[in-house]
Design a protein. Structure first.
Length: 500
């Protein structure tokens, strides 16, 4: 017993000493109070590349914060500044941008001076640990069809931020039309071969851009072309890519039966190593121009004496909605709550209406010419439209112009008047709402000896050359702002579009 007791006593002494030491440390901590410094635990945009669809970031703090001190610090924390509003959920703060962040910009978030929520209650001036975060927006990138001798008919990508040019498609394909995928990694395009001048001989392809749509994800090599849909039995008349990049809708005509035409849909992200996906026909009445709705679940098509909204899944013979007074859906807002729609009048004029999902139909303008295209601005309540006005009834000469319409006040601001008789002008608004692209095409007469790789517009007219122009816009359209003059880009091409 004595031997066992002697063996245990040293361990007891060590344990008792440790207990006393821990008790002493705990007592000191209690007497000093809470000394843990507040800090930013997570910043959702740290070292990320964001786009126009990214409208909010989150800051997660290690401790409850004094909200006012954080919000006051945020007013000068972002460089360059990004206006927004703050909301809270416990230790998590959400900052929502009022407009998309301008593209081609590096940003720094430097938060300092914010206070701990309980510091003032304890009579202390404890501030958070300074935090610095960094993020950037996507480069400003445009796409166009080349109209010079070197890139005739090829799809060209030009990075305005880095001033780099990249030809995406081979010389043996003449690009007819194209649409970028929402992540910018691929382009869907229709093209004919240089051996066939028939504009109805186009097939549908995709090509990679060499750009990664997500931060940290390696980009696929550029200029990889895959055939999506051939023209063996049907001519491809028009196509549209859904906003989510998952579905393609194609208007096709049967080569063996001219009266057999309609809409088909197929998956947009099929595996190129597998066989081409089989298109499924949309069982509905034949229609005219069409566009996929913002939710990617339906298609708006000119049908009969009105515009029908047809479901892509389900019974398309039963429209989700039908607007008999409008002949064309020109554009949807990004959230789908508004649409710009065209009414064709018996006196050959056209009216543009703003139609909302609340049933409001607001007239915006009337023209004696054509409403070529419209786009809703994501940065302000503005609709940009490319129109024509009839300037000569005898020769039927139309003059195109660009107008910005304030959707709240209805006020119109003409931005640009183009030369008469340029019906084939194309216009495209940048994803951040700060740049307007358009082209000016010069036509030429075609002869039997015209080269096979000559490019043509939608009417089948040969294009001699074409210039590209960029008009920079103010963040919010304002009728009182000074006139902004467009600048000609050092590029020769037509059908310009921004990469998302």
């Amino acid at each position: 017993m004595t031997k066992s007791k002697a063996f245990i006593q040293p361990l007891d002494r060590i344990a008792i000493a440790l207990m006393l030491l821990l008790s002493l440390l705990i007592g000191i901590i209690i007497l000093q109070g809470d000394v843990v410094t507040a800090r930013v635990r997570d910043f959702s945009w740290q070292n990320q590349q964001i786009g126009a669809e990214d409208l909010s970031f989150t800051l997660t703090f290690s401790r409850p914060m004094d909200k006012k001190s954080v919000e006051d610090s945020l007013k000068e924390a972002i460089d360059p500044p990004l206006a927004g509003k703050v909301s809270w959920a416990g230790r998590r703060m959400v900052y929502t941008l009022r407009t998309p962040a301008p593209y081609g910009t590096n940003y720094q978030l430097k938060l300092q001076g914010a206070k701990d929520k309980f510091a003032e209650q304890e009579g202390k001036k404890r501030i958070m640990q300074p935090f610095t975060g960094n993020f950037r927006t996507r480069d400003r990138v445009i796409l166009y069809v080349g109209a010079d001798q070197q890139n005739q008919g090829q799809l060209v990508l030009y990075n305005l931020t880095q001033e780099q040019k990249k030809v995406l498609t081979p010389k043996d394909l003449i690009v007819m039309d194209f649409e970028p995928y929402p992540n910018g990694e691929k382009i869907l395009f229709s093209a004919r071969t240089t051996k066939n001048q028939d504009i109805l001989s186009a097939q549908l392809y995709t090509v990679t851009t060499g750009i990664s749509g997500k931060s940290g994800k390696p980009a696929e090599s550029a200029s990889k072309v895959d055939l999506i849909l051939d023209n063996k039995d049907y001519q491809i008349l028009k196509f549209d890519l859904s906003p989510d990049g998952q579905t393609i809708v194609v208007q096709r005509g049967n080569k063996a039966n001219p009266n057999d035409f309609g809409l088909w849909f197929l998956p947009a992200n099929s595996d190129a190593s597998q066989e081409q996906p089989t298109p499924k026909r949309l069982q509905s009445q034949p229609g005219g121009d069409f566009t996929i709705t913002p939710d990617s679940k339906a298609v708006a098509v000119a049908q009969g004496q009105g515009a029908a909204i047809l479901p892509l899944q389900g019974d398309a013979t039963k429209p989700l909605d039908f607007l008999p007074q409008f002949g064309l859906v020109q554009a949807f807002s990004k959230d789908g709550s508004q649409a710009a729609m065209v009414k064709f009048n018996t006196d050959y004029t056209r009216d543009l209406f703003l139609v909302t999902n609340q049933g409001i139909q607001k007239p915006l303008l009337k023209t004696t010419g054509t409403i070529i295209s419209c786009q809703f601005d994501t940065a302000s309540p503005t609709l940009y439209c490319l129109l024509t006005q009839l300037v000569s009834k005898e020769q039927y000469i139309e003059q195109p112009y660009v107008v910005a319409i304030n959707l709240k006040t209805g006020q119109q601001k003409p931005l640009l008047v183009l030369p008469p008789d340029q019906r084939n002008v194309q216009m495209n608004l940048s994803p951040d709402g700060l740049g307007l692209l358009f082209d000016q095409v010069v036509l030429q007469e075609t002869t039997a000896s015209s080269p096979a790789n000559i490019v043509k517009n939608d009417d089948g007219e040969a294009i001699a050359t074409s210039s590209l122009w960029l008009m920079l816009l103010s963040p919010v359209a304002d009728a009182d702002t000074e006139d902004i003059q467009p600048a000609q880009l050092p590029l020769v091409g037509f059908r310009p579009r921004w990469l998302p």
